[in-house]
Write a protein that binds this ligand. Structure first.
Ligand SMILES: C[S@@+](CC[C@H](N)C(=O)[O-])C[C@H]1O[C@@H](n2cnc3c(N)ncnc32)[C@H](O)[C@@H]1O
Length: 275
């Protein structure tokens, strides 16, 4: 089959998923979506994207599995510790000036990023005044995020990351071991609202002081990235912070003028005063 035919079929597959299930992957970076849908196609034993389209349109049970291919679920607690060190040392002093705080973790995956921030905020004395919103499009990931249970064999890396991020306590204070699982303390999520939200099709959140969205925009094309950054801009208070992490930037964004660079290497931006 020619590349052109397979591209047409891919486009129709994404269109079908959108029309039938309202999951909109049409604005995702095509090369990586194609690679991942090719893996899905093989998994389902389909020879073409059209065959896969037929499967998913006629059997809704196929969708959750397909979502595991369409959304990448790699994460760790205190992933890229330098980012969390910058938040701790450079952003927290500003956040301390607010009597109450709202923090949005967009594309929270299985929760590692929001638990990292909840631990950091507790260590810095900000937890009681903060409400976290942790959002994602993948229901399975959100369910895992709410559970807060991670395999014990991931704990050495999590512990090392926490230490490198400037952690002020022992990570073991925040979980209990149950056989081969680490169950994170329920109290960490008492100020977290987990919810289904898509950066490509849903609307803004109100009055956030800090938005953290890492390793999500890389999967979007430029228009979808602009839409998401527009949401962040409209969701943030004046002088609020946007953390994208080292892999992403606002360099090509149509909203770049609305932000100033606050921590260059970790791509933490501050919304400008007037906008
Ligand atoms: C690689 S994970 C990033 C997890 C975490 N932020 C981190 O950096 O460790 C990417 C996440 O983005 C989510 N995602 C993909 N498209 C999305 C969208 N349109 N809106 C919100 N989240 C999305 C995926 O489901 C996945 O959980």
């Amino acid at each position: 089959m020619s590349d052109k035919t397979s591209d047409i079929e891919l486009r129709l597959l994404l269109e079908g998923i959108f029309e039938q299930y309202s999951y909109d992957f049409r604005g995702y970076s095509r090369a990586s979506i194609k690679r991942r849908l090719n893996q899905a196609r093989e998994h389902f034993g389909c020879s073409t994207f059209s065959a896969l389209q037929e499967r998913v349109l006629h059997d809704s049970a196929v969708l959750p599995k397909l979502l595991t291919y369409l959304t990448v679920q790699v994460s760790d607690l205190f992933r890229d510790p330098a980012y969390f060190r910058s938040i701790r040392e450079l952003i927290v002093p500003h956040l301390k000036t607010y009597p109450s705080l709202k923090v949005w973790v967009a594309g929270c995956g299985s929760g590692e990023e929001v638990y990292s921030l909840a631990i950091l905020f507790r260590e810095e004395g900000l937890e009681d005044r903060t409400l976290f919103y942790a959002t994602d499009i993948n229901p399975e990931a959100l369910k895992n995020a709410e559970a807060g249970v991670y395999s014990m064999d991931r704990i050495p890396l999590f512990t090392e990351n926490h230490r490198k991020s400037g952690g002020k306590s022992s990570l073991s204070d925040y979980y209990t071991a149950a056989y081969d699982a680490a169950v994170f303390d329920k109290s960490l999520k008492k100020r977290v609202v987990f919810s289904d939200h898509s950066l490509v099709s849903d609307t803004v959140f109100a009055e956030m002081q800090f938005v953290s969205c890492r390793n999500v925009l890389i999967y979007f094309d430029l228009d979808a990235q602009d839409r998401a950054v527009g949401l962040f801009k409209d969701s943030l208070v004046r002088k609020g912070f946007l953390g994208l992490g080292a892999k992403e930037s606002l360099r090509f964004s149509q909203h770049s003028d609305s932000f100033s660079e606050f921590v260059r290497e970790d791509r933490i931006y501050q919304k400008r005063g007037a906008s």
